[in-house]
Design a protein around this ligand. Structure first.
Ligand SMILES: Nc1ncnc2c1ncn2[C@@H]1O[C@H](COP(=O)(O)OP(=O)(O)OP(=O)(O)O)[C@@H](O)[C@H]1O
Length: 234
């Protein structure tokens, strides 16, 4: 099967400091993949490189066979923050902007997701809590039809009950052959939706395994992930 995401020999430096070192990673279509690692491991940076925000890297990044940044951008959805918008912007204005900018943005799908997230279109960014903003980011991301969804710690501010509902529903919002790469510090809560896990450690890919394979040899995905760090602390 053709890779949906293909990263070859990727090295990224910022101010002479190596942040990502010789990353090789292939993801296939239709997968939900966790990107795990400790604070500062490079999860956000890797997403920024994949999405074409971070430039001047060495190596190649292809999405559905396309390596040019503009082509890649059209094939992925990465909403790392809403910082481009003024604080007084209302949700409905952000949606109008998305409809203009992204041809694949589906207003009806957004409306369903907005209701699911219990968000009010008239609300301004300045009136929204961290969790509400995260819900909006998720709703905006899944209102587009793209090959690759990059979700950077999407649930950190969302309360436990809503988080569970969102995690259980994500699989329904994703087009069948699209792939999701979702970063987190922990695997516990998202384990149930995952097909694969990727761990970044020491600036590079430390492991890339299917959850099926992990479950064959370990009690659970959580157990496996924790064992990697426990061994190091001893
Ligand atoms: N603007 C920047 N300038 C220089 N170094 C940076 C910059 N942003 C991040 N870094 C460095 O890059 C490394 C990776 O950071 P990154 O934010 O990608 O990690 P992360 O895995 O997403 O962390 P977290 O889990 O804390 O969000 C860190 O060592 C950090 O110090």
């Amino acid at each position: 099967m053709e890779n949906l995401l293909e990263i070859r020999d990727l090295t990224y430096k910022k101010n002479l400091k190596t942040i990502l070192d010789n990353i090789n990673l292939n993801l296939q279509p239709g997968k939900i993949v966790a990107l795990l690692g400790e604070n500062g491991a490079g999860k956000t940076t890797l997403m920024r490189v994949i999405s074409g925000i971070a430039k001047n890297y060495r190596g190649t990044v292809k999405i559905s066979g396309e390596s040019k940044e503009a082509q890649r951008k059209a094939r992925l959805s990465f909403t790392d923050s809403l910082t481009g918008f003024n604080n007084s912007t209302k949700i409905k204005d952000i949606v109008k902007f998305y409809e203009i900018i992204y041809q694949d943005f589906d207003g009806k799908q957004f409306e369903q997701l907005r209701q699911f997230m219990k968000l009010d279109s008239e609300m301004r960014l300045s009136e929204m809590s961290k969790g509400m903003k995260e819900k909006l980011i998720i709703a905006l991301a899944f209102s587009r039809k793209v090959d690759l969804y990059l979700l950077d710690e999407p649930f950190s501010g969302i309360d436990a009950m809503a988080r569970k509902k969102i995690i259980n529903s994500i699989i329904l919002w994703k087009p069948e052959n699209s792939t999701i790469l979702v970063s987190d510090h922990f695997v516990n809560e998202i384990a149930s939706m995952l097909d694969e896990i990727v761990i970044i450690k020491d600036k590079t890919i430390y492991t890339h395994k299917s959850t099926e394979e992990i479950r064959e040899h370990h009690k659970s995905v959580e157990d496996y992930y924790e064992s990697l760090y426990e061994a190091e602390d001893e």
